[in-house]
Design a protein around this ligand. Structure first.
Ligand SMILES: Nc1ncnc2c1ncn2[C@@H]1O[C@H](COP(=O)(O)OP(=O)(O)O)[C@@H](O)[C@H]1O
Ligand SMILES: [Mg+2]
Length: 248
């Protein structure tokens, strides 16, 4: 015992820096997520995780590079936040997720899977949304909406140069989503990335149109969007827009 104590080195400055680095890393990535990320890198899917684009309550988004040098966005759903527990309403009554166990870990995985599946549906419907590439556990890899090093800004940051056109495109996408049986359920200027056209993102809460609250969520989405564009001087009638979305 005494030997091991006397053998213990005094911590050096380097040790301290390493400890600090590990501390920040472990704040961003929990142990389980670090294991998943190292698996993804070992599998040869990603070459590197480059920098954080966004750190949120429920997920962090990173720019990463695949083995062939393509930039991708990596969304990592956090395991340690429990607001998901309260968000059961988005999973409940969705036949795709009926069997999930209702503990936080399973719920977090289900949200990542839900976002992935919803993005697949968007591709099927021709909706402007990032292409989904891989889903591994709580990690979702998708198309990077950006130019060179930088992600494109969201609508709340950049504002719209042509609000009439952008509103038309966004509502067009809401209609296309509805046609493939999907409602976004968290649509706002914060979840729209401005590329050459507006791109919808953040589909973790998206529900299928058979969900008992789908109509309520659809109405809420459209109200939020109309309110935003109303302030930019473009006004549309809510009832008419909803009717138009629902007609085939
Ligand atoms: N595919 C993507 N390409 C580029 N940036 C993205 C992409 N997906 C998300 N982002 C950025 O990350 C932020 C958070 O992503 P989001 O899916 O909205 O997660 P959250 O649940 O934290 O709101 C977005 O506001 C956007 O700036
Ligand atoms: Mg968001």
């Amino acid at each position: 015992m005494a030997r091991s104590i006397s053998k213990r080195k005094k911590p050096s400055k380097d040790d301290f820096q390493l400890k600090e680095r590990f501390k920040t890393e472990s704040e961003v990535f929990d142990r389980q997520t670090l294991i998943v990320l190292s698996k993804i890198i070992k599998k040869g899917i990603l070459q590197s995780v480059d920098y954080p684009i966004s750190t949120g309550k429920e997920a962090n988004v990173f720019r990463a590079t695949t083995n062939d040098g393509t930039f991708v966005a990596v969304k990592i759903y956090k395991r340690e936040t429990s607001p998901f527990a309260r968000k059961d309403e988005y999973l409940y009554a969705d036949p795709r997720f009926e069997k999930i166990k209702h503990n936080d870990r399973e719920i977090v995985r289900a949200f990542a899977r839900k976002e992935f599946k919803n993005l697949e549906l968007c591709q099927k419907g021709g909706v402007h949304a990032p292409k989904p590439y891989y889903l591994i556990d709580n990690v979702l890899i998708m198309e990077f909406l950006g130019e060179g090093e930088l992600p494109y800004p969201t609508l709340n940051v950049i504002k719209s140069e042509n609000p009439e056109k952008d509103l038309e495109l966004i509502l067009g996408d809401v209609k296309k989503m509805y046609k493939v049986g999907l409602v976004h359920a968290d649509l706002s200027e914060y979840n729209i990335i401005m590329k050459e056209a507006p791109y919808l993102i953040d589909f973790g809460q998206g529900v299928i149109t058979r969900h008992p609250s789908a109509n309520h969520f659809l109405e809420r989405d459209v109200i939020t969007i109309l309110k935003y564009f109303g302030k930019k001087g473009v006004r549309k009638d809510l009832a008419k827009v909803l009717e138009w979305i629902k007609q085939s």
